[in-house]
Design a protein around this ligand. Sequence first.
Ligand SMILES: NC(=O)c1ccc[n+]([C@@H]2O[C@H](COP(=O)([O-])OP(=O)(O)OC[C@H]3O[C@@H](n4cnc5c(N)ncnc54)[C@H](OP(=O)(O)O)[C@@H]3O)[C@@H](O)[C@H]2O)c1
Length: 380
Amino acid sequence: MKYRRFGRLNWEVSALGFGVMRLPTLEGDEGKINEPNAIKMIRYALDNGVNYVDTAYPYHRGNSEILLGETLQEGYREKVKVATKMPTWLVKSQEDMDKFLDEQLHKLKLDYVDFYLLHGLEHKRWQLLKKLNVLEWGDRQIANGKINHLGFSFHDEYSVFKEIVDSYEWTLCQIQYNYMDAKYQAGTKGLKYAASKGLAVVVMEPIAGGRLAINPPEEIQKIWREDGGERTPAEWALQWVWNHPEVSVALSGMSTMDQVIENVQSANRSKPSIFSKKDLNFINRIQRKYKELGFVGCTSCKYCLPCPEGVDIPQILALYNEYFAEERNNEVKKKYWQYITPESQAKRCMKCGKCEELCPQQLPIRKILNGATWVFEQAV
Ligand SMILES: NC(=O)c1ccc[n+]([C@@H]2O[C@H](COP(=O)([O-])OP(=O)(O)OC[C@H]3O[C@@H](n4cnc5c(N)ncnc54)[C@H](OP(=O)(O)O)[C@@H]3O)[C@@H](O)[C@H]2O)c1
């Protein structure tokens, strides 16, 4: 494994971190983790040098932290630093903060957590948390030993990011960063700014939730076949992130053992500033093509679920992308009717907007569902 500086801490982090959000599940149920497989996958990563794991209160409908607690038994706790996050959207008082932290430590079977992040900060949430004196609360938890270091994960514009970075001596921040998002949210500007202020930058969604590796449209596959060389699309995406010296760790939410093995091997080959001019040009071509195809930027993080009306938002958005990438292929329409049950179709959307409040990509989900109704829910 390759290790990198973790901001101002006297500790080195593995280039690859394990995001415990996309584990294998049973019966297509997000909350039912395939425990034996998931434990094997995480332990394989830790046995091969990964020393950073990232979970959060809502992942796998609350079961990610429990699974991780189980995984870290039998000596695995000593191999790794654990990050989890305050469910900021559920917090109305400092008592709530205490309650969630205690519940999370209990689920994780830990006395303290190495890194505690304020989850999904954006302008409104940050203002509310400031009113609740969250930083003073954090300092108190650090003093009483329940948290080692405080950080935040982020989904808003650069100006908001800068304001938050400047508000406190954070140890780390977590930003969405991949070659399609270099100018989105915090972006490269935010990455460089945070690193210059001594924060460790933890990257989430380096493969855009899998979008940059799975089922790329045919026009993009053609570019890979012609010029992609030895690297797989997943490795290209990860190496692009690691190419930035300011990045401390790239988290990937791996869902199969093959992905864990591949990403560990990619991390072993990683190094800051290894991309040649040719490599950068290749990525530019892919970027341009994705932009041309106009993809809806859903990363299938499922933060939008459950929809009160039962709409299967991530699956519908994935099919919507596929439909346009495949030049309005009717076969994709047929898939819609095959996979999306009548109870979870786009037309059931009541436009309440709850999903949009939770979407880290700030996607206009109601509008897209309206488009999907129009595209798919007519006779095939
Ligand atoms: N704080 C926040 O607001 C927030 C938001 C999002 C994520 N996160 C955290 O950041 C972590 C990383 O983000 P992410 O899970 O979106 O990372 P990612 O690496 O961009 O996406 C993970 C997905 O990419 C695909 N993948 C991974 N390795 C692959 C490989 N070698 N070959 C082919 N496909 C591969 C898989 O998709 P399939 O499963 O479809 O095969 C996997 O589920 C999360 O797990 C979570 O811990 C935090």
